[in-house]
Design a protein around this ligand. Structure first.
Ligand code: FNR
Length: 371
């Protein structure tokens, strides 16, 4: 009997039924230092909790007696048709989760027919990822003091068929993640930067992530530099890290191809707002001129639906992908995306939305709206 109980427990752990269960599997699979690095947020982790909980405060206004015998989840982002409005966010160092690193993640993206945004701080190179599969990939860029490095990386991304650049603009300095400080988090290799940086910054033995980032990152980057960025690439540029109408308007003015409403998974400025709570402010300011994506705290298909109802074209998922990778490699990432898609599809059926175009503002009620 005892053995049976153990078998049952193992099976429960082995085949998760939702994204949160993948987090628990990842915690069991990873060394504490790596798990904390992936899971942690800045300082009090107030925003980390809020990113998830703000979704819980939004409820549905479901419509009945709509023909939902066929549901179409597909959508188009910058001309790329994807199977559902769920994209892989750029996250650092996938080889800490699995030896195949970003190559496994990209293969999962390809088999789920979605887009992967490869992180600037990836542990597999641009070339390895491009050669591994035919996933549609965007390249996420940080701009370092050595500006010519950005130009080199952008050219490599273009040459290898990456389709867009994502400029992450909310990290002039690294947020204070206290678990990493306590754990003396090691700094893994930055694969794409090999040979481009001084040995000090590219070594894998340093332990102060914040100091190293401060030395390398160009904190002087400002709106006028978008012109420079546009001069070194023909790729469309999306800006990631927008949380206010003011910055959304500026982004449109400088000619970006898209906006990602994001607080960097609550790893930068604690007490920045939950992203889902400011999405509408940005949507109203942009007035449909460029597509708006969002990330932060998306853990359920219902969250995907809520983001779309409030005006996002798609969501990105960060931590759940890394948890899937840590728990079960490429298969785990695939399962994470498939589960979210399945939940999203069910939500569409139960709210009366046969396609993503049918999802409207009227299908949700935020906490500020009277019943
Ligand atoms: C990130 N994020 C991030 N963003 C970015 O632009 N470049 C990067 O290298 C990273 N690295 C990174 C590492 C880890 C471990 C995490 C958790 C996050 C932020 C990421 O792209 C995304 O904004 C958030 O992860 C979204 O929130 P959720 O889905 O993790 O809640």
């Amino acid at each position: 009997k005892l053995i049976n109980v153990h078998v049952c427990r193992f099976q429960m752990a082995a085949e998760p039924v939702n994204l949160n269960e993948f987090q628990e599997l990842a915690r069991l699979a990873l060394p504490k230092m790596y798990y904390d690095f992936y899971a942690g947020g800045a300082e009090d982790e107030h925003t980390l909790k809020e990113n998830v909980e703000a979704f819980h405060r939004i409820t549905f206004r479901p419509r009945i007696l709509v023909d939902v015998s066929r549901i179409d989840l597909s959508t188009t982002i910058l001309d790329y048709k994807i199977s559902a409005p769920i994209i892989i966010a750029p996250t650092a160092w996938h080889k800490l989760a699995n030896p195949e690193g970003e190559v496994a993640t990209a293969r999962a993206a390809a088999s789920c027919n979605t887009i992967m945004v490869l992180s600037f701080t990836s542990s597999s190179s641009i070339e390895e990822v491009a050669a591994s599969c035919n996933a549609v990939c965007f390249y996420q860029l940080y701009v370092l003091k050595k500006r010519d490095i950005a130009a080199t990386l952008v050219q490599r991304a273009e040459r290898n068929g990456f389709k867009a650049l994502v400029l992450t603009a909310d990290a002039p300095r690294l947020g204070r993640r206290e678990a990493d400080i306590k754990n003396k988090m090691i700094k893994p290799q930055l694969k794409n930067l090999e040979g481009l940086l001084s040995t000090k910054v590219s070594s894998d033995t340093g332990s102060n992530l914040e100091a190293d980032a401060r030395e390398a990152m160009d904190a002087s980057l400002s709106w006028k530099d978008l012109e420079w960025l546009r001069s070194i690439t023909n790729l469309p540029i999306l800006i990631k890290g927008i949380l206010t109408r003011e910055d959304a308007i500026k982004a449109v003015e400088v000619g970006v191809a898209g906006i990602i409403v994001s607080n960097h998974g609550a790893r930068q400025l604690d007490y920045s707002p939950a992203t889902i709570s400011v999405l509408e402010e940005v949507v109203h300011a942009v007035k449909g001129r460029v597509p708006i994506l969002m990330d932060g705290g998306v853990r359920r298909g219902t969250d995907v639906f809520k983001a779309l109802a409030l005006g996002a074209q798609a969501v990105l998922i960060g931590r759940p992908v890394v948890y899937g990778l840590a728990a079960k490699g490429e298969y785990g990432v695939r399962r994470v995306i498939e589960m979210l898609k399945d939940e999203f599809e069910l939500t569409m059926a139960l709210t009366g939305c046969p396609s993503v175009k049918h999802i409207t503002r009227n299908h949700v009620r935020t906490e500020h709206e009277r019943i």
